[in-house]
Write a protein that binds this ligand. Structure first.
Ligand code: FAD
Length: 392
């Protein structure tokens, strides 16, 4: 049930698939039973191998040393990375194309932060969400101009990989007497800056080495040179980041669903219940048939959205809506697949050493982060109301 891909996409799919099967999947249960952690020498090896393959630069422009892959090749790679549980596939940083656009006017930012991501030498995290509704981009973190830069004050919640990162992209509001330069702004903030503290590091349903701590910023001095994109609204970059993340999340859901269906089918084919194999029971067949059909629909949608991105000529706001639809459908599909496949496994499906059980917990958050399902629906319905179906 593969989608037709050109040689380049097939190449990346195969290369990353080999990496996933050889280096990542064998370590899932160890990670699950050890709070997501792997022995340091294993982490070093899987990180090193990801760098050798060039994975941090999938989206980075070729003239900066990245792979500059078309979105469809990236989707092919992220789909197979999505076959892995415990976020073991997050073992490399990503230098994304929007970062090069955002930091284009600052050689300092490119050399100090973005190129080291490409080389796998630094690690970033993205901090937008605050205690008030994360769904509606309520930003109260303030950046007050001071000599040489800004004083940052506020709190950021759920900062994924904050424990592994050494700098953050922080969305804040510049508070200035004159309106020039005031408003939503994106900053790069070094995590060793005085005034930054972790106020909470909660446990979540999944078992990942990447944590999601809450950070408090108290009079943190951020130099002027760490303000991104001159006078442009930081939200423009955050939306570019959302689009990228929504596409890669949707791609990972395809890989996760594929693996769950494979695992459930293999189990049902061998499980004898009284006189009959589980796979021969129609109720189970129907569950698997629905899984395959929905996976196929999601795959068509995600790859077509990626192709539209590569073809060009599609307005950014239409791409934005298509990313929302792909993310909405693929994440909800993966959750339905997880529920059915776990049911097919019965009691064994509830064991933490079962990949389906881990996916069951892990794909749940994909309906919440990077814009919840409700927010994606609001984006889609808003575009429909404003511009009509043909413009979506
Ligand atoms: C594990 C994890 C990791 C995360 N990582 C990051 C990160 O790295 N960086 C970052 O900035 N953020 C991160 N987030 C935050 C995430 O993006 C937010 O949790 C998400 O956007 C929802 O915001 P909220 O939790 O404040 O929920 P709320 O905004 O309080 O919403 C609660 C519920 O109400 C629904 N809702 C809201 N508005 C409406 C409406 N108008 N109509 C109908 N329903 C509505 C929402 O869909 C949701 O179901 C992470 C979250 C989690 C759980």
């Amino acid at each position: 049930m593969q989608i037709e891909l050109d040689e380049s996409s097939r190449h990346w799919q195969q290369l990353v698939r080999d990496y996933v099967e050889r280096e990542l999947i064998p370590w899932e249960v160890t990670a699950e039973l050890n709070s997501g952690e792997l022995p340091p020498e294993v982490m070093q090896r899987i990180h090193g191998e990801a760098i050798r393959l060039g994975l941090p630069g999938m989206d980075a422009p070729a003239d900066r040393g990245g792979l500059g892959l078309p979105m469809v090749d990236q989707v092919a790679a992220w789909e197979v990375l999505g076959r892995v549980t415990n976020a073991l596939c997050w073992c490399f940083p990503e230098a994304q194309s929007w970062m090069y656009e955002a930091c284009a006017d600052s050689q300092y930012q490119l050399e100090t932060y973005i190129q080291p991501l490409l080389a796998g030498k630094r690690r970033e995290a993205y901090a937008i969400t605050e205690a008030e509704s994360g769904s509606h981009e309520v930003v109260n973190t303030s950046a007050r101009p001071t000599a040489g830069g800004y004083l940052l004050n506020g709190e950021k919640w759920f900062v994924t990989s904050g424990n592994l990162a050494d700098f953050l992209f922080v969305q804040a509001k510049v508070v200035a007497a004159d309106s020039a330069g005031a408003g939503d702004t994106l900053f790069i903030v070094d995590l060793d800056s005085p005034g930054i503290e972790i106020v909470e590091n909660p446990l979540f349903s999944h078992t990942f080495a990447s944590h999601h701590p809450t950070y408090r910023f108290t009079d943190v001095l951020v130099p002027e040179r760490n303000r991104i994109g001159g006078g442009r609204s930081g939200m423009d970059y955050s939306r570019a980041w959302f689009r990228h993340e929504r596409m890669t999340i949707a791609a990972r859901m395809l890989g996760a669903a594929t693996r769950m269906i494979e695992e459930a089918t293999a189990w049902a084919s061998q499980r004898q219940i009284l006189e009959e194999k589980l796979i021969d029971k129609q109720a189970v067949q129907f569950m698997l048939a629905d899984c395959c059909t929905e996976l196929w629909a999601a795959r068509l949608m995600v790859y077509e959205a990626a192709r539209a991105h590569d073809r060009g000529g599609v307005e950014p706001r239409s791409l934005h809506v298509r990313c929302s639809m792909a993310k909405l459908y693929a994440t909800e599909m993966a959750n339905r697949v997880a529920d059915r496949c776990l049911q097919i496994w019965g009691g064994r499906g509830y064991r933490r050493d079962n990949a389906v059980e881990r996916f069951f917990r892990e794909v749940r958050v994909d309906r919440i982060w990077e814009g919840s399902s409700e927010i994606q629906r609001m984006i889609i319905a808003g575009a429909l109301a404003r511009r009509g179906l043909d413009a979506m």
